[in-house]
Design a protein around this ligand. Sequence first.
Ligand code: ASP
Length: 322
Amino acid sequence: MTIKKILVLHTGGTISMHEDQDGDVETGLENPLTGVKTTLPNVDLTVESIFNLPSEHIGPVHMLQLQRRILDAEDNFDGVVITHGTDTLEETSFFLDSTLSVDFPIVMTGAMRSSNELGSDGIYNYQSALRVAVNDGSRNRGVLVVMNDEIHAARFVTKTHTTNVATFGSPISGTMGLLTKRQVIYFYNLPHRHVLPITDVQKTIPVLKAYAGMDGQLLELLAASHIDGLVIEALGAGNLSREAATGVLYLLSRHIPVVIVSRSFNGVAEPVYDYLGGGVQLERDGAIFATSINGQKARLKLLIGLNNQLSDNDLYDYLHQL
Ligand code: ASP
């Protein structure tokens, strides 16, 4: 039996927390996961607590640190498992997926119930992530998210529920795979992944959600505050009120890239309507439609694109491609 060398990187989150006497969940001095042994026979684990942070405290600087640690590990390990808070797990997984072209499995997991809560899902999800990481079928699939017996692709996964253990879903693509008691099963392969390097994450890119009656004032204020780009979660297939569309024009006239995604939970944003505020006119004016990703992921993709000095058509193509 081949022994697989797996690097485990704990970063914190509920999976590493516990409940106190009042039922409040907090981070302890010691991560309860560090003492957990795997029941898998063919694994040699190297365990590092790279951070011990709630995932709301994790940002692109931490993601870059994780990315570098994984690049360093490439020649010495057969896979990586990362435990992480679920609130921003989809962002860290997307960042790593978009910037790492390693072919070994990178599997992220977390928990919705902390270590001493009834029905705690942490150790179970951790063991599941290890099972996926040692599985040969998990190679060359980009970053995977494993929770609640399901395997999701970083590109499509999102947190769908505030508290349910079945919180992660891939509304556009569907679940990529399953864990049963004996097997790791994949249902499909992903379309080609476009990976770009990243060296610097210092850019100001806010995300705005559109709403009925949105005016353009906020957009003009943002233009004056020296942002590097803006992501708008637009209405439906990617439309805005007339006033917001005028604000977008103003941003574009100041050479600030504006990326359009949808505030709808499911589906792909694309230009359909040809009137002021409609997607066709927004695109004609220079706004970029990002395909199949939500606002938080589009923000990271724009950050990566700008870090690679992409502009105009190149930036459009990068954000628009799946
Ligand atoms: N607030 C927690 C975090 O993201 C939630 C979790 O881990 O499930 O760190």
